[in-house]
Design a protein around this ligand. Structure first.
Ligand code: GTP
Ligand code: PEP
Length: 249
């Protein structure tokens, strides 16, 4: 981020004219246990550094979502008490990640994406059981360069109906999955999820949304979001990481 810029240029409320027929939109953000988070960065960052970065990116992602008036509420689904504490501290609802149903996996350990998709489906069902037919968006938790204007535009495009997907910057993953109206969420996160969502009927959304499309899994992704400009929590975390000799690149 250019030091001449204001500290958090992307958290500026974006104007959104709510029409009478619009349903409330609820965001769901999943975060796994900090102990196992960001394993693809394990070669360069130790567990404490990865946890610090995950919390910082979550903080910035939630701040951006909070600045989008088209999104009414946010639920963080997580089994992790530290993540839950952060979510509570910024006024977000927490849905405790249900334990994986081993009976569905014949007693074998479920694959990572099975537990993620099960957690997302359970959170979505809980929200709709409590609030009726509402529009839903699952957002990645690691979108530190996302701007409110990008998310506002994506929400507007998704409102035209059904299930839709924001494909990530690699073209293979999913940054956001929308389920509007009566549509089931039917999450298919995991490897090649962009194709999984499109093949199951989700409409890919078009838009110049580099921040929204850049979730962070690798050091190359970190370089990309740095170049786009990250929020203050992520910037501070990256500064702390740089200051730790064992984590320098
Ligand atoms: N609540 C919940 N969130 C999950 C689960 N599995 C993954 N997630 C979250 O879903 C998002 C994408 O998950 P992954 O790409 O598998 O995990 P990651 O920590 O981002 O990165 P890697 O460990 O490198 O795969 C991240 O925000 C994860 O924290 C789960 O079982 N429960
Ligand atoms: C799980 C996904 O995200 P990631 O890029 O973090 O693996 C996905 O895109 O479906």
């Amino acid at each position: 981020m250019d030091s001449a810029e204001p500290p958090y240029p992307h958290v500026v409320e974006t104007p959104h004219a709510r029409t009478e027929i619009e349903r409330p939109m609820h965001a769901i953000v999943a975060v796994k246990s900090l102990r196992s988070a960001k394993s693809r960065l394990a070669g360069e960052l130790d567990a404490d550094a990865r946890a610090d970065l995950v919390l910082a990116m979550l903080h910035d992602t939630l701040a951006t979502v909070a600045a989008v008036s088209a999104i009414d509420t946010v639920t963080v689904v997580t089994p992790d008490p530290t993540v839950a504490a952060l979510a509570y501290s910024v006024g977000v609802t927490v849905y405790a990640d249900p334990a994986p149903d081993i009976s569905l996996t014949n007693g074998a350990s479920p694959r990572a994406e099975e537990t993620l998709n099960a957690a997302l489906s359970a959170a979505a069902a809980d929200i709709r059981a409590k609030r009726g037919v509402v529009d839903l968006v699952v957002l990645q938790a690691d979108l530190p360069a996302m701007r409110p204007s990008e998310l506002t535009e994506a929400v507007a495009a998704a409102r035209s109906g059904g299930r839709s997907v924001v494909v990530d910057h690699h073209g293979t993953g999913t940054s956001a999955l929308f389920a509007c109206g009566e549509s089931a969420l039917d999450p298919r996160f995991g490897p090649e999820s962009a194709r999984g969502h499109a093949n199951s009927g989700a409409r890919p959304l078009n838009g110049q949304w580099p921040g929204l499309r850049t979730d962070v899994d690798t050091h190359a992704d970190l370089d990309t979001v740095r170049a786009l400009g990250v929020g203050p929590a992520t910037l501070a975390s990256l500064t702390r990481l740089k200051a730790t000799p064992s984590n320098s690149r």
